[in-house]
Ligand binder design. Structure first.
Ligand SMILES: [Zn+2]
Ligand SMILES: [Zn+2]
Length: 363
């Protein structure tokens, strides 16, 4: 199959890759569309630093069609429309059994296939190729564990609902599932990218009164409004914490960090009221420093991973909400591109000029 392969500091290029047949508990998915998510860029940065252990196919927001299933697969059959989830759950570990499948301990990268046999892909020289974040969606096919593949309704467009595989579930779920935003509450969202916009619409679905978007790109004011944002704070022009506290009369109930920086995480904590909750949604690689005395005011700082999703339930629900016109995915897809344009799509994402690009396989 043709796939976009990242090997090091040089741009991603298209290659011919061979893929194993699905083994027990595995599903071969024909990729119809794959969203371009910021999480992939952490791997690109590792590659730029020369720290990539093996060539890798990025992409983890896949909407596709089941091509073949391995022995024992019960939940999907050939021809089913599916969304792939980058964080499968085993259904049997301590956390899955406790009702927190989003932090399943058997599906931590890179052991996504659960059977320790990865990688299952090889390049033309016969060398192993990794599936980035367990999916490897910038390709014609993705080999997935059954527990990371969710059947969805066939009338839902795969080039939209592919985004439910990561960004939509992560953002909407952070508001609905992790924070359980209460109707009538005031919410701020720092970072209006593909995830942040989904936190905005999750807060809208929850019935939030005021939803304040914070970003440094002025055009996000118009974009955020399409998802339910009521106010926009341009952090390039004003102090975001002061401005949000002013707008809410220091009564902000929830702040969500959707960028992945220590500094903006501190801002999220700084802008919520006493008794309020700051939710870290972004992948924060650095440290977060906050004043300990703030906890006397019962402020809470919590993490949210993959929208606290029970994905086998939540993914079809989010797809239904889209089909019912209650979730906006159409305005998330700023651009569709053929797979070989992946480098351009990454450049768009880093420039903040798109909410999401969606890649389509060729070949
Ligand atoms: Zn992602
Ligand atoms: Zn588990």
């Amino acid at each position: 199959m043709r796939a976009a392969v990242l090997r090091g500091p040089e741009p991603i290029s298209m290659e011919d890759i061979t893929l194993d047949e699905p083994r027990a508990g595995e599903v071969l998915v024909r990729v119809v569309a794959c969203g371009v998510c910021h999480s992939d860029y952490h791997t690109v940065n590792r590659a730029k630093a020369g720290a990539l252990p093996a060539p890798v196919i990025l992409g983890h927001e896949v909407g596709g069609i089941v091509e073949a299933v391995g022995p024992g697969v019960m939940s999907v059959v050939e021809g089913d429309h599916v969304v792939c989830a980058f964080k499968p759950n085993c259904g049997a570990c301590y956390f899955c059994v406790r009702g927190q499948p989003q932090i399943c301990e058997r599906s931590d990268y890179p052991d996504r296939l659960f059977n320790g046999s990865s990688p299952r892909l090889r390049d033309e020289g016969g060398n192993p190729v990794q599936q980035g974040i367990g999916v490897g969606g910038y390709a014609q096919y993705s080999l997935m564990p059954e527990r990371g593949v969710v059947k969805v309704r066939e009338d839902a467009p795969l080039d939209r609902i592919c985004l439910v595989g990561c960004g939509v579930t992560t953002g909407v779920g952070a508001a609905l599932r992790t924070a359980k935003v209460e109707a009538g509450s005031d919410v701020a969202v720092i970072g209006l990218g593909g995830v942040g916009l989904n936190v905005v619409q999750g807060a809208r679905l929850a019935g939030a009164r005021r939803i304040i978007g914070v970003d440094t790109v002025a055009s996000k004011a118009e974009l955020g409004a399409k998802f339910g944002m009521t106010d926009f704070v341009n952090a390039a022009e004003v102090d975001a914490v002061e401005e949000v506290r002013r707008l809410t009369n220091d009564r902000l109930d929830y702040a969500f960090e959707a960028i992945g920086l220590g500094r903006t995480s501190e801002q999220a904590f700084g802008m919520v009221r006493r008794g309020g909750t700051a939710v870290i949604v972004g992948v924060v690689g650095d440290s977060i420093t906050i004043p300990g005395l703030a906890f006397l005011g019962e402020k809470r700082l919590i993490g949210s991973f993959f929208g606290s999703a029970k994905l086998q339930y939540d993914i079809p629900v989010y797809v239904d909400l889209y089909m019912d016109g209650k979730l906006n995915l159409d305005d998330l897809v700023s651009k569709k591109r053929p797979m070989p344009e992946i480098n351009e799509a990454f450049a768009d994402m880093m420039a903040g000029t798109v909410a999401r690009s969606v890649m389509e396989p060729v070949g």
